[in-house]
Design a protein around this ligand. Structure first.
Ligand code: 5GP
Ligand code: ZN
Length: 115
């Protein structure tokens, strides 16, 4: 399958890895929108949040366990934001579900701007 994030998981495309286990991969975003900006993705190819089902949702729970673990490890004690863009209106550019974790600055809140 021609998927950028599947290629990052299998090492075909290099990335700055933060964490990996049998189900999940985490790496720094190539074009950060905050002082800390990394992505957490399931190794299983799920296209977007709309494709989460009772059969594949366990890995999504695991993604959030990994995010909590990494937030402690990276000392994000002032807070962080988790974002999933789903579909074209939300600006999803890579069709392999991913969770942006952004931190390191005070963030506002609007539908136009993630951070
Ligand atoms: P989306 O817009 O789909 O929610 O987020 C895709 C994210 O992937 C963007 O923040 C973009 O900067 C990041 N990205 C795109 N290509 C690469 C890449 O080759 N390596 C890394 N590390 N991040 C990428
Ligand atoms: Zn993929």
């Amino acid at each position: 399958m021609d998927c950028l994030f599947c290629k990052i998981i299998n090492g075909e495309i290099p990335s700055k890895k933060i964490y990996e286990d049998e189900k999940v991969y985490a790496f720094y975003d190539i074009s950060p929108i905050a002082p800390v900006h990394f992505l957490v993705i399931p190794k299983e190819h799920i296209s977007c949040a709309s494709d989460i089902t009772p059969e594949n949702s366990a890995v999504i729970a695991h993604v959030f366990e990994v995010i909590a673990h990494l937030a402690k490890e990276l000392k994000l004690e002032n807070g962080y934001r988790v974002i999933t863009n789903n579909g074209d209106d939300a600006g999803q550019t890579v069709k392999h579900i991913h969770f942006h974790v952004i931190a390191g600055k005070q963030m506002g809140w609007s539908a136009e701007q993630g951070a």
